[in-house]
Design a protein around this ligand. Structure first.
Ligand code: KG4
Ligand code: ZN
Length: 342
């Protein structure tokens, strides 16, 4: 493999509210990583409005791709493959990226590689940890997903735990709204929690009866809402920072506990985290501490590679490229695409 020429992937991501493009060399070296975020736009509505997201992607995508190529200093002719997120996500948003990737790949006569969004999140770990190779375990926690994944090889996954209801990020966003922090909730709860006491309120740590590794976050979310309503009815003041810190602790405790249970059961030697919630400072430090205690290596991406970006899609597309994955011009957006499906 040492003798082979470099592989340059142009990657596109538009599954939710970021329009992103990136050029990645050999799956690990990011030559450019352009992200046009729609957060400010959706803040007005307190969450992502799918119709607005699709329209904004259409406005931005050409410019984002052009910038990604020019910042990387490469032309379309020099690109070896075009990678694009084709699911899961918002169908209208995904379609913009998929249609664009197909048009570019077709016109430039390059192979087209559809990438699973979660596979991208996991691959974000390869960018800054050049030594990381499968097998390892990965906790993927984002706005739409909470998965405990056994990464058996590049492109080969087994989901051993998943959320039964809300995703972790969704719970952060809903609780943030309830305590008056607004959208997007995760980063705001992270910040305000630093001023609060994580032991102030005992929110429930949900157990899912018949599974060792599944998660449930709707209970803790309801507990926060009940707590606030209780205070309101009694005419008592509530402390925003204490609620945020206690909620964050309840969520991270369960994530760490399930993760370490898997580590022990499967005798994992490496553990990684990924997805928007992996940017959470309390989760990062609690996971780091727990992995140190178990004597295993812990990996996490920089925050910019935790939340949605196209560099992670380029990293995943590279390994799919090596595995021989090629998609046809009939590639479609698959809003509920399952991990490991082709
Ligand atoms: O991975 P991502 O950008 O999009 C999805 O694939 O869903 O994740 C977005 C989610 C949002 O719910 C956001 O509130 C959460 O990640 N998030 C955080 C933090 N930064 C982003 N949650 C907790 N702490 C953070 N620092
Ligand atoms: Zn994501």
């Amino acid at each position: 493999m040492d003798e082979r020429k470099d592989v340059l992937v142009l990657a596109i991501e538009s599954s939710c509210d970021e329009t992103a493009a990136s050029v990645v060399r050999n799956g690990r070296e990011v030559l450019s990583n352009i992200i046009s975020s729609q957060i400010a736009l959706h803040t007005l509505y307190g969450g992502v409005v799918p119709e607005i997201a699709s329209r904004k992607h259409i406005e931005k995508i050409n410019q984002v791709i052009e910038t990604a190529l020019s910042e990387a200093g490469v032309t379309l002719e020099e690109i070896d493959a075009v990678g694009v997120t084709y699911g899961p996500g918002l169908v209208g948003a995904l379609l913009v990226g998929v249609a664009e990737a197909k048009a570019i790949a077709y016109a430039a006569k390059k192979p087209l590689i559809g990438v699973h969004h979660i596979e991208g999140h996991i691959a974000a770990n390869y960018i800054e940890h050049k030594e990381l190779e499968p097998p390892f375990f990965c906790l993927v926690v984002s706005g739409g997903h909470s998965h405990l994944v056994q990464v058996k090889d590049y492109g080969k996954f087994e989901i051993i735990g998943r959320t039964r209801d809300d995703a972790a990020g969704e719970a952060f966003d809903k609780v943030a709204r309830a305590i008056g922090l607004g959208y997007p909730g995760g980063p705001k709860i992270d910040k305000v929690s630093k001023e609060g006491n994580p032991e102030a309120i005992a929110f429930p740590r949900a157990r899912v009866g018949d599974s060792l590794y599944d998660f449930s976050f709707s209970g803790v979310k309801s507990a926060v809402l009940n707590y606030i309503n209780g205070c309101r009815m009694k005419g008592e003041e509530w402390n925003q920072a204490d609620i945020a810190a206690s909620f964050q602790k309840a969520v991270t405790d369960v994530l760490v506990e399930n993760a370490m249970r898997a580590v022990r059961e499967y005798r994992a030697e490496k553990f990684a985290i990924a997805g928007g919630v992996a940017a959470n400072s309390a989760l990062r430090s609690a996971m780091k501490e727990a992995c140190e205690k178990e004597g295993i290596d812990f990996y996490y991406p920089s925050p910019v590679y935790c939340t949605d970006n196209a560099a992670m899609i380029g990293a995943a597309a590279y390994y799919e490229y090596l595995n021989g994955t090629r998609h046809g011009w009939d590639l479609n957006a698959v809003p509920n695409l399952r991990l490991g499906e082709r």
